[in-house]
Design a protein around this ligand. Structure first.
Ligand code: 13P
Length: 259
C-alpha cells in the first residue's frame, strides 16, 4: 500500500520571514495529517526558517527544489545534498520542467542529481513530463520513457523502489489547464511499466507517482479517484495556507476507486 504524498512546490516565492509566517499559520489550521505525507519545498533561503517554525515534532516533511551533484567545492551558487540534509531536508525535487526549460538541466544532469540525492539519504522526486508539442505530435510516451531511462541509468533496483516520480505535463503547469485523469492515468501506468523494465523486477507498483499541473482543491479528488495516482505536486495552490490545507483535507477524504 503506497502512502499518499502531497507536496507543495513553492518555486521562487516567499522570503524567509514570509515562509515562517506561512508555516505557523498552516500548522495552526492543520493539526492532523491523517496518515498522508505532506511535503513543503521552500526556496533554499527559507529552509532554516521553515524548519525552525515547524519545530522538531512537526509531521510536515521538509524538502528542497533542486541540488547540485557534487558534494562540495568550487561551484559558485550551487547547493549540495549534504547541505540540504544538514538543514533537515528529507527529499528533493529533481528535473522539474522549469529547471529543464530555463536553467538548461539536461537528462544527464537529472541522473547525476538523482544519484547525489540517494547518496545523501534524500528521497528524490523525479519530475517528468511532455510539452504540448510532444503531446500533439503523439510523442508523449517516447519523451517520458527517454526522461526516465536517462535519469535512472545505473541506479540499483533497491534504490529505484524508494523513488517518487512526479508526472507533470509541461502544458498543464501554471496554466489552469490540468490534464484530465484520463490523460494522466495512462502515463502513470507507462511510468510503472518502465520502472519494471529498468529494474528487471515488478517494483513499479511500489513507487509513488504524483500528478502535477494546475492541481487545486477543486480537482484533486478527481485525480486521487484513480488508484494509479498517489498524490500531487502542487505549485500555485500551495502558496496560501488555507488553500493548501483544504487541498490535503480533500485528499484525506477521497478514496480511490477499486473498480
Ligand atoms: P502549478 O500547480 O502552479 O500548475 O505548478 C505545478 C508545478 O510545477 C509543481 O511542481
Amino acid at each position: 500500500m503506497r502512502t499518499r504524498f502531497i507536496v507543495g512546490n513553492w518555486k521562487m516565492n516567499k522570503t524567509a520571514s514570509e515562509a515562517a509566517a506561512f508555516v505557523r499559520e498552516l500548522a495552526r489550521q492543520v493539526t492532523d495529517l491523517g496518515g498522508i505525507h505532506v511535503g513543503l519545498t521552500p526556496p533554499f533561503t527559507a529552509l532554516q526558517a521553515v524548519r525552525d517554525a515547524l519545530g522538531p515534532a512537526s509531521p510536515f516533511l521538509l524538502g528542497a527544489q533542486n541540488l547540485y551533484w557534487e558534494d562540495k567545492g568550487a561551484f559558485t551558487g550551487e547547493i549540495s545534498g549534504s547541505m540540504l540534509k544538514d538543514l533537515g531536508c528529507r527529499f528533493v525535487l529533481v528535473g522539474h520542467s522549469e529547471r529543464r526549460q530555463f536553467f538548461g538541466d539536461q537528462d544527464s544532469w537529472t541522473n547525476k542529481k538523482v544519484l547525489a540525492a540517494i547518496r545523501h539519504g534524500l528521497q528524490p522526486i523525479l519530475c517528468v513530463g511532455e510539452t504540448l508539442q510532444d503531446r500533439d505530435a503523439g510523442n508523449t510516451d517516447q519523451v517520458i520513457q527517454r526522461q526516465l531511462h536517462a535519469a535512472l541509468w545505473g541506479i540499483e533496483p533497491q534504490a529505484l523502489g524508494s523513488l517518487t516520480i512526479a508526472y507533470e505535463p509541461v502544458w498543464a503547469i501554471g496554466t489552469g489547464r490540468a490534464a484530465s485523469p484520463d490523460q494522466a492515468v495512462p502515463v502513470h501506468r507507462l511510468i510503472r511499466r518502465t520502472l519494471d523494465e529498468l529494474s528487471g523486477t515488478d517494483l513499479g507498483h511500489q513507487v509513488r507517482i504524483l500528478y502535477g499541473g494546475s492541481v487545486t482543491p477543486t480537482n484533486i479528488a478527481d485525480f486521487l479517484f484513480s488508484e494509479e495516482i498517489d498524490g500531487a505536486l502542487v505549485g500555485g495552490a500551495c502558496l496560501d495556507p488555507a488553500c493548501f490545507a483544504t487541498l490535503f483535507s480533500v485528499a484525506l477524504r477521497s478514496t480511490p476507486s477499486t473498480a
